[in-house]
Design a protein around this ligand. Sequence first.
Ligand SMILES: [Cu+2]
Length: 111
Amino acid sequence: MAVLLAGGCGHARAAQVSDCSSAGPGTVVVTSALETGQAVPAPHRVNMAAGSTVQVRVSSDKVVQIHIHGYDLEYDAAPGTPGCVSFVAGRAGLFDVEAHPDTLLLQLEVR
Ligand SMILES: [Cu+2]
């Protein structure tokens, strides 16, 4: 799986990124799905402490690009191949996770 630098929404990259092969103790695992253009479950807010390791896993019924704003992480999800990224949430704030171009999946609230 490729994890690419974001081109679009303009923030400096602020995360250490790894793949999702291991979820250690304390890892915050966040999942969402995109089904016929809708986020399932409906967009919601997930709280975590700054410095947490987070995995954001998204399954989708079509090929789509997932974007984690603020951390500027972009990765692909496709049918049968969920997209997942694991990173350290070192920056506090409220960050949208989108299926591009404009479907909000959830928000990460880091504090
Ligand atoms: Cu975006």
